[in-house]
Design a protein around this ligand. Structure first.
Ligand SMILES: [Zn+2]
Length: 193
């Protein structure tokens, strides 16, 4: 088997990260015990399943934030061989999120998949992305289509009433609040550090 693996699926919104995650997990589930976690903040389409924009779905458990997070992950590592996590950026405030995943992969030889937004709405990388990407055995960097030019998009633009808006945080939503953009068409708004 060759030990554990951490696979990170990253990119902007609308790049198909969750679809890719579910496809990988369904493939693994043919011969291994698989669990999928989601955030309690993500209840856009279902409280119990992860559901993609294109209608693919898979049952999921809630992974809590904070100190509870590491305990639930370790428990899952005892019962399952493959752990999937959707929207990994939601655990940015959980102190040992990336460390616990590294421990599960390296000490317990489990396979962990994390789907993860690459950047915040202000264009800066998520701390979780910066911690997890160097730990990954495999990174799938997915692109969306720019809403302005149709070219490959790596950025997520926040829109309020149709106008580009500043905001570090993402609210989970559909196409009415966010668009994928290429670097040229990403508009950086407000609060320069
Ligand atoms: Zn563009």
């Amino acid at each position: 088997m060759g030990g554990g693996k951490l696979i990170v699926i990253t990119g902007p919104m609308f790049a198909g990260k969750t679809t890719r995650l579910i496809e990988e997990l369904k493939g693994e589930a043919h011969d291994r015990k698989v669990i999928l976690f989601k955030s309690q903040m993500d209840n856009r389409k279902s409280a119990t399943d992860v559901v993609t924009h294109d209608g693919l779905s898979m049952p999921a458990q809630i992974l809590p934030n904070g100190e509870e997070c590491a305990r639930v992950l370790r428990q899952a590592a005892r019962e399952y061989e493959v752990i999937g996590i959707d929207e990994g950026q939601f655990w940015k405030a959980s102190p040992r999120f990336s460390e616990t995943l590294e421990e599960i992969v390296s000490k317990h030889s489990k396979t962990v998949y994390v789907a993860l937004l690459n950047r915040r709405a202000d264009g800066k990388p998520f701390d979780v992305s910066m911690k997890l990407l160097p730990l990954a055995d495999t990174v799938y960097s997915l692109k969306a289509s720019c809403s302005k030019c149709g070219g490959p998009a790596t950025m997520t633009q926040r829109l309020v009433n149709g106008v580009e808006a500043f905001g570090e945080e993402f609210v989970v939503g559909g196409s009415e609040k966010y668009e994928a953009r290429c670097r040229e068409h990403f508009v950086k708004v407000g609060n320069e550090e």
